[in-house]
Design a protein around this ligand. Sequence first.
Ligand SMILES: CC(C)(COP(=O)(O)OP(=O)(O)OC[C@H]1O[C@@H](n2cnc3c(N)ncnc32)[C@H](O)[C@@H]1OP(=O)(O)O)[C@@H](O)C(=O)NCCC(=O)NCCS
Length: 173
Amino acid sequence: MKPGIEVRLKDGMTEEEWRRLVGWSDDPFRIASYRYVWEPKRWRILVCVEGEPVSHVGVTPQRMVKVGEEPVLVGGIGGVVTLPQYRGQGFARLALREAMRFLRDELGVDFGLLLCREELVPFYAAQGWKRVPPPVLIEQPRGKVPLGLEAMALALREKPWPPGALDLCGLPF
Ligand SMILES: CC(C)(COP(=O)(O)OP(=O)(O)OC[C@H]1O[C@@H](n2cnc3c(N)ncnc32)[C@H](O)[C@@H]1OP(=O)(O)O)[C@@H](O)C(=O)NCCC(=O)NCCS
């Protein structure tokens, strides 16, 4: 890593810290139109330049989801973002790599799971993530609904992602 760049893990984040990362847009992830209720992130992986966070990955607690009839232990990630002026320098990739280490070694899950817009599938696929075919079900206050985004999984151990419909058994992350 270049001098002045460090990766930090934080348990929680203040509203002000979050604003500094996403305040450049009122819809930084371009998903506001889905009007989903999201699972809050618990941990934050931050790439900092000279002490200031420039890139972020949020991590949710371990969750047992269902693929077909099989229970599968996953760690959800979301809120992947790099400040516009710091993009294209590998910061998101660095944060994702650290998030995967955290999920595997500290949360002990078998897969990373994320939800994204279709145009980001190549970004994650280039880092080893595989698209999970629909149907994918998520919980919302009105009940269980089909996901309107793409789901992608990353195998963190030997096991491959099983076949079958994915039920997130909770809110999207
Ligand atoms: C997507 C995002 C996080 C990428 O951040 P970044 O720090 O610029 O990404 P990196 O520099 O680590 O990019 C790693 C690789 O992915 C590629 N890449 C970056 N954005 C991409 C995109 N939107 N689509 C496809 N590939 C992309 C880069 O070119 C780079 O490839 P290379 O190694 O061959 O050069 C950033 O564009 C962003 O904050 N977007 C707005 C928020 C958002 O939509 N987040 C995704 C939520 S699911």
